[in-house]
Ligand binder design. Structure first.
Ligand code: RB5
Length: 141
């Protein structure tokens, strides 16, 4: 899968861990930055990842900031983006099964590395359940 990956300065270290995991699993990573610890504005990177998904360059996206909150707010302003801020394997699995989340948001300052990587792994492996959940997604336009 081609996966767009972006972060702000709060997510630099975790982005590299996620990138390594994705590449080891055979995915193609579309890394849109940020690339340093210099302070940047998270909406800029949320827009880059979401545009890659909505334009079909990437199938899904992953966004990382300090809490994941700013990234999820910014990402969900894009039509056709269903961004889920996940805290554990349960929320990750449900975001795929019930919400068909196409963008995953992570908070690097509130998650340990192994929990964050577990979230990513589950999110990549879980299929959308469809059925009544598709009807609900369609109601959001
Ligand atoms: C940056 O300091 C921080 O505000 C940002 O990473 C994020 O947590 C915003 O929601």
């Amino acid at each position: 899968m081609n996966i767009a990956l972006g972060c702000d300065h709060g997510g630099i270290e975790l982005k590299q861990e996620v990138k390594d995991l994705l590449e080891k699993a055979g995915h193609t990573v579309n890394d849109v930055g940020s690339y340093s610890n210099e302070s940047v504005d998270y909406p800029e990177f949320a827009d880059k990842v979401c545009n890659a998904v909505t334009e079909g360059v990437s199938e899904r996206g992953i966004l990382i900031c300090g809490t994941g909150i700013g990234m999820s707010i910014a990402a969900n302003r894009h039509r056709q983006i269903r961004a889920a801020l996940c805290h554990d394997a349960v929320t990750s699995r449900m975001s795929r099964e019930h919400n068909d989340a196409n963008v995953l948001c992570l908070g690097a300052r509130v998650l340990g590395i192994s929990v964050a990587l577990d979230i990513v792994q589950v999110w990549l492996e879980t299929e959308f359940a469809g059925g009544r959940h598709l009807r609900r997604i369609n109601l959001m336009g």
